[in-house]
Design a protein around this ligand. Structure first.
Ligand code: FAD
Length: 293
């Protein structure tokens, strides 16, 4: 599905198209729900990295890449398409509002299947979140007009944000943590250095790199995924994972979670089983909502 085909509203939004999100989508499709499957990498990047999977029922000794291909083919055969979009924020309300990079959509129910990020949180990041630290340049960029910002990018998606910010800000530093950097606005300054901390008392004042300190008013962090509590504010956690009931509901009505993001063991069968169960719970919730109307 291309971004032009995205509607303004769905019954169900599934965030993350790894094994958990794919399993959820399968059940939503079978139950004829109006849903959207959103994710930064179709099939999930983790599965592709598994050299050999030996514990997935029905597929003895299969590579992660090949298993992912089977999953994708299964979805394609049912005409399920994933939309390659990162969700920057989910706002609960009478309906959920989802902030995509260049668009806002609504959904009556949401399943989080966002996995866990292996990338570390920078010192100062959590403390200064919302006070100069942000994750979405499109949403927050205008606040930094004529100011200085830095972008810490784990993914090439950061280039898009950086080029946009170069138009607004007096100074933009781009700090990539990946190898092949694409075409960047000449006004950007690239630094390849380890980040020691994001500095500031009540708001961002600087960025400490190995070897130099940059004076900046804002820092955007671009990762493939966002920590769940930063994606949805007010989401209850337990031991750093999303806290769910046995039906994979969270503390927020209409919001469900499945897969690695609900905690260990980090295993495919668990992710797939939870994705399927969360979808069935979400479907029951949607049916009850309809009856109340
Ligand atoms: C090297 C390696 C080997 C492994 N081997 C095995 C094995 O042999 N057996 C086994 O059972 N398990 C194995 N695993 C674990 C298994 O891969 C995971 O348990 C499984 O992938 C979890 O699925 P998931 O859907 O919950 O999360 P993920 O696969 O992590 O998928 C989550 C997806 O959501 C996307 N996403 C996150 N945030 C957002 C957002 N804000 N907007 C849009 N998309 C977002 C992510 O980019 C990702 O694509 C292995 C993992 C690794 C890394």
């Amino acid at each position: 599905m291309t971004t032009e085909n995205i509607k303004d509203r769905y019954e169900l939004a599934i965030i993350g198209c790894g094994p958990a999100g794919m399993a959820a989508a399968l059940n939503a499709k079978i139950r004829n729900k109006d849903f959207i499957l959103l994710g930064t990498e179709y099939g999930g990047s983790k599965l592709a990295k598994a050299p050999q999977v030996e514990n997935y029922l029905g597929f003895p000794k299969i590579s992660g890449l090949e298993l992912r291909r089977h999953f994708q083919e299964h979805l394609q055969s049912m005409d399920i398409q994933a939309v390659k979009q990162k969700v920057n924020a989910v706002y609960p309300g009478s309906r959920f509002t989802l902030a995509l990079p260049e668009q806002v959509i609504e959904a009556d129910a949401v399943i989080l299947a966002t996995g866990v990020s292996a990338q570390k949180v920078f010192p100062g990041e959590a403390e200064l979140l919302g006070r100069g630290v942000g994750y979405c340049a499109t949403c927050d960029g205008p606040l930094y007009r004529n100011k200085s910002v830095a972008i810490l990018a784990y993914a090439a998606e950061g280039e898009h944000d950086a080029n946009y910010l170069a138009e607004l800000c007096t100074k933009v530093y781009y700090i990539p943590f990946y190898k092949e950097v694409g075409v960047l606005d000449p006004r950007l300054e690239i630094r390849r250095a380890a980040v020691k901390s994001i500095m500031g008392q009540n708001k961002v004042e600087g960025l400490e790199l190995a070897g130099e300190t940059l004076t900046v008013d804002g820092v955007f962090v671009v990762r493939e995924s966002l920590p769940a509590e930063q994606l949805v504010s007010g989401l209850a956690l337990e031991q750093q994972a999303i806290k769910t009931g046995p039906d994979f509901s969270t503390n927020i009505r209409g919001l469900f979670a499945a897969g690695d993001c609900t905690g260990s063991p980090y295993q495919l069968l668990k992710a797939v089983g939870e994705g399927a169960t969360a979808a069935l719970t979400a479907i029951r919730y949607l049916d009850e909502l309809k009856q109340q109307k």
